[in-house]
Ligand binder design. Structure first.
Ligand code: ASP
Length: 416
């Protein structure tokens, strides 16, 4: 059986086992899921370092890098803006907050996740004062910035040191990809445990309290995933969405199971290079940065979530206030860490921008937390898929014609 089918089977088995076995089973398999996520996290920092350094060293600095950077940022802004607008439309159409009740959905305390408090802080923290500390935290943006600069520095060296270093980092990158290949082999068991834990511990009454809200967010995310992003693939990349979906089956399953773009990154990098067929030069540039700053699903969620809270409180947001929400939702999605529940933590930034605060707001956000996991799984899948679309579209625009071709490696169902 091809690996992505094994992973899917693992997810389904986990769902059934979790629903049947309940909390008892969830407790017993929890550590297996945690172990799997640790394996993924173990790979991230060295993989990102080596991948970016070897990719950027092969591009060199100057015009080519600048052009790639501009395209990448252009894609991030376009796709995230589309997502926010879909979120805005869904909540204005379905009005899930009007008359909603949160009885039965009281949540616990929000997890502590570090978030930059302003745009200037975000920029400031991009430059590490200590690379080892950035790698240890890990602080992804800082690692990315250092790796890009280091790659540019390598490209500027004379022949011999440049070749030595490029070959070294390229070889190290290949080793990290091979290591990722080992980790993904145990993915069916890992996702089984992760899904079983979620299914076993989620109380159903909480979900029924906020059903319309969940439907509005899930519907918006589905629209973005199945309509907006495929349109971008067709219009900007001349890529058949069905082929891209097939190539991205493993990262999608992984994003859904782990609810973390960062933990999924090794699998995303691997699939985009070996299945979608994007060169390391482009994927190493677009994907790590994308996992950290390009979060379409989160952007949609920020916007829809804040409007939902406003509706519940009976606050009518004017057109210009909604515009403020749109812009801050986009910024909040950039600042959100690529870990579970980060989207809900940064929602306070967006709420603040339209002066929504106080105990009532906290209670509603608590209820949203109680049902956040399945929504987080969905928005993380959208986040990861959007990054991969960006990599494929940019690769096509750079003349990589084999990207998402019908007879690519995934078409032959090659086991990973
Ligand atoms: N969990 C999401 C991610 O890792 C972020 C979020 O909570 O929206 O992409």
């Amino acid at each position: 059986m091809a690996l992505h089918w094994q992973i899917l089977a693992g997810m389904l088995a986990g769902l059934v086992a979790g629903l049947v076995g309940g909390e008892g089973l969830a407790d017993r398999v929890g550590w297996i899921g945690a172990l799997f996520v640790r394996l993924l996290k173990m790979v991230i920092v060295p993989l990102v370092f080596t991948s970016i350094i070897s990719g950027v060293a092969s591009i060199g600095g100057g015009r080519r890098l600048g052009g790639l950077f501009a395209k990448t940022i252009g894609y991030y802004v376009l796709s995230s803006a589309l997502a926010v607008l879909i979120g805005l439309a869904m909540v204005n159409l379905l009005r899930p907050g009007v008359g909603a009740s949160i009885v039965g959905a009281e949540g616990g305390a929000l997890p502590e996740i570090e978030t930059p408090s302003s745009v200037s802080e975000l920029f400031l923290k991009m430059v590490p004062t200590n690379v080892v500390d950035a790698a240890a935290t890990p602080d992804m943006l800082a690692i990315i910035v250092f790796s890009i600069l280091f790659g540019v520095a390598i490209a500027s060296l004379p022949d011999r040191p440049r070749t030595v270093l490029s070959e070294f980092f390229d070889a190290a990158f290949q080793a990290m990809m091979a290591l990722t290949g080992f980790v993904i082999r145990v993915a069916p068991i890992g996702v089984f445990a992760l899904i079983a834990r979620v299914a076993g511990t989620s109380g159903l009454e909480a979900f029924s309290a906020l059903l319309v809200y969940m439907a509005a967010i899930a519907g918006g995310l589905a629209l973005h995933l199945f309509v907006a992003l495929p349109l971008l693939l067709i219009l900007l990349g001349r890529i058949r969405p069905s082929v891209h979906f097939r190539n991205m089956a493993e990262p999608l399953a992984m994003a859904f199971s782990t609810a973390s773009s960062a933990a999924t990154l090794p699998i995303t990098l691997r699939a985009v290079e070996t299945k979608v067929g994007v060169s390391n030069r482009i994927s190493s540039f677009v994907l790590p940065m994308g996992a950290t700053v390009n979060m379409d699903g989160t952007a949609l969620y920020e916007c829809a979530g804040v409007l939902f809270i406003a509706q519940m409180l009976g606050v009518d947001l004017s057109f210009s206030q909604q515009l403020v929400v749109v812009v801050t939702a986009l910024l909040a999605s950039i600042g959100a860490a690529a870990v579970p529940s980060a989207g809900l933590v940064v929602i306070f930034l967006v709420l603040e921008s339209v002066n929504l605060r106080g105990p009532q707001v906290d209670v509603i956000v608590g209820a949203m937390l109680a049902i956040d996991r399945p929504l987080d799984m969905l928005r993380t899948s959208v986040n990861v898929f959007s990054d991969s679309c960006g990599a494929a579209i940019i690769a096509r625009s750079e003349g990589e014609s084999g990207v998402d071709s019908d007879d690519g490696p995934a078409a032959a169902d090659a086991p990973a």
